[in-house]
Design a protein around this ligand. Structure first.
Ligand code: BG6
Length: 478
């Protein structure tokens, strides 16, 4: 089966991972503890992840998947060589902030961390891949969480911009594309994993969160300004956890709710792409019981530093209802949603909605008129290794095929899309559940939820399939 060739010759087909879900080696090379290192697998994960544990502490009876990840820290050379066989044009990963600044507030960076990322990015370039770096992918040094309350403190802006400046100085010659914050809107839905926010008893959690979001936005804008000044040939984007909110019914109350839910996501990108808070912000905050955000002198001017492109992840659409509490919820995703009766779901309850990707692309471009970049898409599924060692993940190929077709339709609609990056291109730890068995990869990693396994890498059927998609620039999808 083929689609019309709508993909430009320089379309960036890629694969993505994140440091916190792959590297492991949590205390090697001078790395400090990060917020994600406090998330165990199992029942105790969610309260920590959502910020409901005021002072998270490690418990030696529990297993913490990020401490070992998939051992990418030690195996990156072989992993990159294997991924390069697919012909990836771009490799997306993040830098672990606590590998460069172990506590977060040091004046100077850790040289071992710098050496590690230089070597990683050089390896990518040797294999012909451009590098896309996310500066903060669910990653805050724990020293900043315990010492400053993370992003609730304005001081974070200083620490983050110092870290970002180090990245531009040290890696600017190797990295062409940058994203400031991964899925910036996730701070609202998963405050501790998204931004290191752990709430104290009795405080107005929403007030804290929206104020923290403002600090993140100011830090992001200052970072964008710095890139434009220091690395004029580079491009920088913002990133949203994408997926439109459909109204559950045509009842105006449901349509209005879907607009409110959309606004709660898009205000971040409105600021980052347009350079100012949207007009609906005051009423949005009021509807959440949040007083006006405290702005410092000069913030409005800083926010005028807008991004070059708008990137987004797309896994699923969402469904809004004014009476969500009375309806069946769609389980499995931190973003609250009603169950959409028209869509199938994955084993983890994420709806599968390729047309939703076309809708999201059109809506984002209508709104921002900036190039878009789809930097995460994929299906979390259980894989079985057959007796002969093969892994026949046709369900994943089907998911990718339908989404690539929808993306092609979106491009044909006139949306300028810079590239498509498959998420978790090598199996990694799931951000939501901490499981290894929720696999996204085209490369299988022999590791189980309890940490056991040989860590051996094997190609899945989707590996050769994606290779052919890239080689044909998206025209051969069979
Ligand atoms: C996005 C994140 O939210 O979704 C990734 O940027 C994450 O870090 C991905 O892994 C898929 O979610 P999960 O929970 O299935 O790993």
């Amino acid at each position: 089966m083929t689609t019309n060739t709508v993909f430009p010759a320089d379309f960036l087909w890629g694969g993505a991972i994140a440091a916190n879900q792959t590297e492991g080696a949590w205390h090697e090379g001078g790395r400090g503890t990060s917020n994600i290192d406090m998330l165990p697998i199992g029942d105790k994960r969610m309260p920590v992840k959502l910020g409901q544990v005021a002072q998270p502490e490690l418990d030696e009876t529990l297993y913490y998947p990020s401490h070992t990840g998939i051992d990418f820290y030690h195996r990156y050379k072989d992993d990159i060589a294997l991924l390069a066989e697919m012909g990836l044009k771009v490799f997306r990963t993040s830098i672990s902030w606590s590998r460069l600044y172990p506590n977060g507030d040091e004046e100077t960076p850790n040289p071992e961390g710098i050496a590690y990322y230089r070597s990683l990015f050089e390896t990518c370039r040797e294999h012909g891949m451009e590098v896309l770096v996310t500066l903060a992918h669910f990653d805050v040094p724990m020293g900043l969480v315990t010492g400053y309350g993370s992003w609730r403190s304005r001081e974070m802006i200083t620490f983050f911009t110092r870290y970002a400046k180090t990245c531009f100085e040290e890696f600017g010659d190797l990295v062409k594309y940058w994203i400031t914050f991964n899925e910036i809107n996730i701070i609202l839905h998963s405050p501790f994993s998204g931004a290191g926010l752990a709430f104290q008893p009795g405080e107005n959690q929403k007030q804290v969160t929206y104020q923290a979001a403002h600090h993140v936005l100011v830090a992001s804008a200052l970072t964008v300004k710095m890139i434009h000044e220091m690395l004029p040939a580079a491009q920088v984007g913002c990133m949203i956890a994408g997926g439109s909110f459909y109204p559950y019914t045509s009842k105006p109350e449901d349509v209005w709710q879907s607009m409110l839910d959309d606004h709660d996501n898009t205000f971040f990108i409105d600021v980052q792409a347009r350079g100012y808070y949207p007009s609906y912000m005051k009423s949005l905050l009021a509807s959440k019981g949040v007083d006006a955000i405290e702005m410092a002198d000069g913030d409005e001017e800083i926010l005028k530093n807008t991004v070059d492109f708008v990137s987004f992840s797309y896994y699923a659409s969402r469904t809004s209802a004014h009476n969500l509490d009375e309806l069946t919820a769609n389980e499995g995703n931190v973003v609250k949603s009603a169950k959409n009766p028209y869509l199938p779901t994955s084993k983890w309850g994420w709806v599968i909605d390729p047309l939703g990707l076309r809708i999201t692309m059109n809506q984002l471009y209508d709104r921002y008129q900036k190039p878009l970049f789809l930097v995460e898409n994929g299906l979390g599924a259980e894989d079985t290794v057959a007796a002969d060692g093969s892994i026949n993940d046709d369900y994943r190929i089907d998911y990718f095929r339908e989404h690539i077709k929808a993306m092609a339709d979106g491009i044909a609609d006139g949306v300028p899309l810079m590239g498509y990056i498959a998420w978790g291109v090598i199996d990694l730890v799931a951000a939501s559940t901490g499981q290894m068995t929720k696999r996204y990869g085209m490369v299988y990693v022999d590791k189980n939820n309890d940490g056991s396994g040989s860590l051996k890498r094997s190609k899945k059927k989707s590996f050769d399939w994606y290779k052919q998609v890239i080689a044909s620039n998206g025209t051969v999808l069979s």
